[in-house]
Design a protein around this ligand. Structure first.
Ligand code: BGC
Length: 812
């Protein structure tokens, strides 16, 4: 790379996606990075997920069609086993591909590896929720055609996806054959070797059960071999073209095909609308699942292509009206945050009592598992814009309580122990130091439930689901920890968020979150005494929770004046950052865990996250000192870190640093900063970008009854605006450098805190108050080579730019 190229790359000029505030667009086609674009352009509604594979199926980076909750079991072999190790794991599988529309031009397949591609463009507009594609191609034999296709995964009809495909002859006459297909057990390319993060590739996971075709329709029914999940996929078509059209329907075990043949003269078009539907169940019979798919197809056909497109736009209009985050002064960040919100919406919109995976349904990374990422990063965002999705996601956790209770019993604990990673609810982590030992996931779930109830006032949810989640997790904490001789409540042998430390005592994040969990459980039980009694809760038990919470031990290093992230952490040897070459990041792929565990090196925000979610437990001075201390140690080998560092950087007054971290979180996938966007998008980082803006620059803290704001802006952002739905009211916040305006867009009156002062906002009476920017400070330093890329405002230009810093972060 020349110096100029390097500079351009840093400035984002080489990025494949054009900057636009409302869409992501790709001009041309880079066959070497197809998989990355397949993730970026993935469509999903949380129920169905389609990677953006080309209509014609090939070439592809990684074909992917996912159904939430459809997985296969695979053994987890151990060299040396141990008590309580999970015996099998669950892997998301690539199900029947319904996206395929192959095209033959005279007798040559439309395949972009051959012939001449005159133009190719794909774009995804966040207000439309449609992936559009437009291509002009000359076949090796010299025939030129235009192809326009549009794909959607319906946000309103959860079992439905659809494609509109049109081919036009530019010269000719030309014989056109379209083959619209359902393909099961597609061949998958092998994953990157030796990288534990990539999903295990499962060959031919579907056993054929039934197939049929006729007219314009085809259906395939399969079952997974070991997990026993029945999957039906169906397609139906509306075809428009010249008068002479032939249509043939065929099907066999793994394949169904509708073929349309015609001759097009120059300027003539053949248009195909393909409705695709999926149904799946571990319990329902074959006819039941098949009929469900047929019914969904009928409904989609009834709505029609234009109807589906209109429903999609209406849904998104309503969504953006309450969820948009507006940034003035940095168009690229504006695009990135809308991209982020759009994908978070896609991941959660219709997940309906199923998990939201770490990658959503955009790729097979992490085997399709969901982690604490959901409750700690994704749900805090959805709570204020799409609370029904949060309700559903937490109800999914609730359905897994029987499994979590069994797991607790197996571990000799009371209450419920939720899995570190899972699809259906069983623990799938074979590496318990950074899996089961991360007990904090229980408190993360409890906190998400409590936040949802505070934000919505949904008492019915609390009675039916929230209370039990709180009670069972509180029971777990009470049995996991103990009062020492001095009466302090200690929680030992746990792993906090930072996965470069494990099995530590009194992790501050864990203890503070457990404290909140114990208190919240006692309060919820007091609000719902009857339901609590039904769960066996008595006053003795709630008193024990309160006592444990009150006596919670939080270690503090008096000498250094900082909180160790766990007992003894600040005494450990500091990692030799100076002699760690840049190519050795992420460290977990180059150094043994035993060495990482015994040194001061932080993979991701841990103590810093504690300061965000439990800001009340730290003084301002402690926050500033702690932040500076952990900045020097944090390498951000996880994409779950930058957003949290942004929030606290903003709180302690390091606004430009906060800006850099915000951009990193937001651009994680658009710029492929971790180098693994091909495996799927980083949902927590995308949600984290919104958190960075709203909790960082907006200063939102929502752990009390009233929302707190402490707005402040970096120089690169001229204005920031966002809205939040709180108990059915819609609050809009607009932050300028000199003043902040709160407007109640729906509702009567709301009380909030601005810079510590109570503010009352009434309908029709916006309140403007001064924005107080903290005094400028010396920028904290990070480990050498791990500084975030600097983002600087371009005077007079609308886009912030990256001007220095690592090209690539290489993180998980
Ligand atoms: C992080 C975890 C996270 C997981 C899935 C890991 O790299 O350390 O905190 O839950 O990725 O995103």
């Amino acid at each position: 790379m020349t110096g100029q190229e390097r500079q351009e790359r840093k400035e984002g000029h080489e990025q494949p996606f054009a900057v636009d505030p409302w869409q992501v667009a790709e001009h041309g086609l880079d066959l070497t990075s197809l998989a990355r674009a397949e993730s970026v352009f993935a469509l999903s509604n949380g129920h169905i997920g389609l990677r953006a594979n080309l209509d014609e199926g090939e070439p592809h980076g990684l074909p992917g069609t996912y159904l939430n909750g459809v997985f296969e079991l695979r053994p987890l072999p151990y060299g040396e086993g141990g008590y309580g190790y999970p015996e099998s794991s669950q892997s998301v599988i690539n199900v029947t591909n319904g996206k395929i529309v192959r095209l033959l031009v005279d007798d040559e397949p439309f395949d972009l590896r051959y012939g001449e591609l005159l133009s190719h463009r794909r774009w995804l507009d966040f207000r439309e929720g449609l992936l559009r594609r437009s291509a002009e191609w000359t076949s090796p034999a010299g025939r030129t055609i235009k192809v326009d296709s549009t794909r959607l995964v319906s946000l309103t009809q959860r079992a439905v996806a659809a494609v509109e495909y049109a081919v036009e002859a530019v010269d000719g006459p030309v014989r056109i054959v379209l083959q619209s297909e359902l393909v099961a057990n597609e061949q998958l390319p092998g994953g990157p070797e030796g990288d534990p993060r990539a999903a295990a590739v499962l060959e031919a996971p579907l056993l054929a059960e039934a197939h049929h075709s006729g007219g314009t329709k085809g259906v395939l029914v399969h079952r997974t071999r070991y997990s026993g999940i029945r999957v039906a996929a169906g397609m139906d078509h509306v075809i428009e073209g010249p008068e002479r059209l032939d249509t043939v329907a065929e099907s066999e075990a793994d394949h169904s095909r509708i073929t349309v043949t015609t001759v097009l003269h120059p300027g003539q078009r053949l248009r195909l609308v393909k409705f695709i539907a999926y149904g799946w169940s571990a319990t329902r019979s074959l006819p039941a699942v098949r009929d469900q798919v047929e019914a969904a197809l009928t409904a989609a056909r009834y709505t029609g292509w234009d109807g589906l497109v209109a429903e999609q736009a209406d849904f998104l209009k309503e969504f953006w009206d309450v969820s948009d985050v507006e940034i003035e002064g940095d168009v690229e960040l504006q695009q990135a945050v809308r991209f982020a919100i759009f994908h978070v919406l896609q991941a959660g919109a219709r997940s309906e009592e199923r998990a939201i995976p770490a990658k959503g349904l955009t790729g097979p990374g992490y085997d399709g598992h969901s982690f604490w990422d959901t409750e700690a990063f994704v749900l805090p965002v959805l709570t204020y814009c799409l609370p029904t999705a949060v309700n559903q996601a937490l109800r999914w956790r609730h359905t897994t309580l029987p499994l979590a209770r069994d797991r607790a019993a197996q571990l000799g604990l009371a209450g419920a122990v939720f899995p570190w990673r899972t699809i259906r609810g069983e623990e799938c982590s074979g590496y318990w130091p950074a899996g089961t030992a991360a007990f904090h996931i229980g408190a993360d779930i409890a906190a998400a439930a409590a936040r949802y109830v505070r934000a919505t006032g949904d008492a019915e949810f609390e009675r039916e689901y929230g209370l039990e989640l709180l009670v069972e997790t509180a029971r777990m904490w009470r049995s996991l920890g103990h009062h020492d001789a001095a009466g302090r409540f200690r929680i030992e042998g746990v792993t906090g968020p930072d996965e470069y430390s494990a099995i530590a005592d009194n992790n501050v994040y864990t203890n503070l979150m457990a404290q909140t969990n114990l208190r919240a459980a006692a309060e919820a039980a007091a609000r719902h005494p009857r339901e609590a009694a039904r769960l066996g809760v008595d006053t003795e038990e709630t008193a024990a929770w309160r006592d444990a919470a009150a006596a919670m031990f939080i270690p503090y290093d008096e000498n250094l004046g900082v909180h160790p992230q766990a007992d003894g952490f600040t005494d450990h040897q500091v990692w030799d950052f100076e002699n760690t070459p840049p190519e050795n990041f992420p460290l977990l792929l180059h150094y043994p865990y035993f060495d990482l565990y015994r040194k001061q090196v932080v993979k991701q925000a841990d103590l810093v996250l504690a300061m965000q979610v439990r800001g009340d437990a730290f003084t301002d001075e402690q926050k500033a000192r702690n932040f500076a201390y952990y900045e020097r140690l944090t390498v951000r080998d996880s994409s779950l870190s930058a957003c949290t560092q942004a929030v606290i950087a903003a709180e302690v007054g390091q606004l430009d640093l906060a800006y850099d971290y915000t951009a990193e979180a937001a651009l994680m996938d658009l710029h492929d900063l971790g180098g693994n966007t091909r495996d799927g998008l980083h949902m927590a980082s995308l949600a984290g970008a919104c958190i960075a803006l709203v909790a960082g620059f907006g200063g939102l803290r929502d752990h009390g009854e009233v929302l707190w704001f402490r707005p402040r802006l970096p120089t690169g952002i001229m204005r920031l605006g966002f809205s939040m739905m709180v108990r059915g009211q819609l609050l809009a916040v607009r932050i300028d450098h000199d003043e902040t305006t709160y407007t109640l867009r729906r509702g009567e009156v709301i009380h909030l805190r601005h810079d510590g002062e109570t503010v009352q906002v009434k309908a029709g009476r916006p309140v403007s108050v001064p924005t107080t920017n903290p005094p400028a400070q010396e920028r904290c330093s990070q480990p050498p080579g791990r500084e975030p890329a600097r983002r600087q405002a371009q005077a007079g230009l609308s886009a912030g730019r990256i001007t220095s810093g690592p090209d690539h972060l290489a993180a998980e």
